[in-house]
Design a protein around this ligand. Structure first.
Ligand SMILES: Cc1ncc(COP(=O)(O)O)c(C=O)c1O
Length: 291
């Protein structure tokens, strides 16, 4: 454990304890099977951004894997907000994980009685500074994940391997292709721009319903940027004028190089710049005035 994380308070089953003292049983099904779900929630200026949407998605993930939620939506919100207030950093990424809890016998089947394990930690949040107008490089990769990518599951081995593949190639993200069509990034949703029109794949069992994805669609509708939510084939990625990725911790990032070839002019495009500014303005408005 690094010196910087020593003494950091984490939340484990309703107790606030230093991270080095936080212990989970080896019988926990999160450890045994990756049997659990998670959320990552951004806090800016000590305020949660779209917190309700993250808690709703957490409840959907729990219901999908049939882990009984230990808390109601209101209780989740108050635990998460209270936990964020334990940390002095104004910009935080709060990680919440719920597993199916300990089980006496190693058996794939659910234990008769479930005592979910709830864990929360806070990490510093530093969204990328897009004013530099650089953009990032990405690669395409085969989407070999399972068929329930709508669930934010802690079983992330495929995402781990895909992300490491991207890093080994010296790029920031892997854009995933399933049967010739774009699904999403290894840890992000993807948008493209062609002739001034914004396109993104629809949300279904192959794509996580990103909270940032939804905000970008809302902003596009409000500000009359034409959008098409439809399947995007692999070839369209390479001929796009712009490609972006979105996620709660990265916000919106322009992808300016794909598989070592430039996207459009090889720099963030005008629709990206507009959406980036709309997003920042929207964030400030929501944080300081409410929606
Ligand atoms: C696979 C995947 N898709 C999409 C996203 C973006 O979701 P959000 O905008 O809610 O952070 C993430 C976030 O980590 C992700 O892991």
């Amino acid at each position: 454990m690094s010196e910087s994380t020593m003494g950091k308070q984490v939340f484990l089953n309703e107790k606030l304890i230093p991270i080095e003292k936080a212990m989970v049983s080896v019988t926990d099904r999160g450890f045994m099977f990756g049997d659990g779900v998670y959320e990552v929630m951004p806090f800016y200026a000590h305020r949660g951004f779209r917190l309700e949407a993250h808690v709703e998605r957490l409840l959907r993930s729990l219901a999908a894997v049939r882990i009984p939620s230990p808390y109601s939506q209101e209780q989740w919100l108050s635990h998460i907000i209270a936990f964020s207030q334990q940390h002095e950093e104004s910009e935080q990424s709060i990680y919440v994980q719920v597993t199916r809890g300990p089980a006496a016998i190693r058996n794939h089947a659910f234990p008769a009685v479930m005592h979910p394990t709830v864990y929360m930690m806070s990490e510093p949040l530093t969204p990328p500074d897009n004013k530099g107008q650089h953009g990032v490089a990405a690669i395409t990769a085969t989407d070999f994940r399972w068929l329930r990518c709508d669930i934010k599951s802690i079983s992330l081995l495929a995402n781990v391997l895909l992300r490491q593949y991207a890093l080994d190639c010296g790029v920031s993200e892997a854009l995933l292709i399933r049967d010739g069509y774009l699904t999403e990034g290894a840890a992000s949703n993807i948008f493209i721009v062609k002739n001034g029109m914004l396109y993104t794949p629809p949300i279904n069992h192959l794509v996580l319903a990103g909270v940032t994805y939804e905000i970008v669609l809302e902003l596009a509708r409000t500000h009359h940027i034409p959008i098409g939510v439809r399947a995007i084939c692999q070839e369209e990625l390479f001929t796009a004028d712009e490609v972006w990725l979105t996620s709660s911790t990265k916000e919106i990032v322009a992808i300016t190089e794909l598989d070592q070839k430039p996207i459009g002019q090889g720099k963030p495009g005008p629709v990206f710049t507009r959406m980036y500014e709309l997003y920042q303005t929207f964030k400030q408005t929501v944080l300081y005035q409410g929606e």
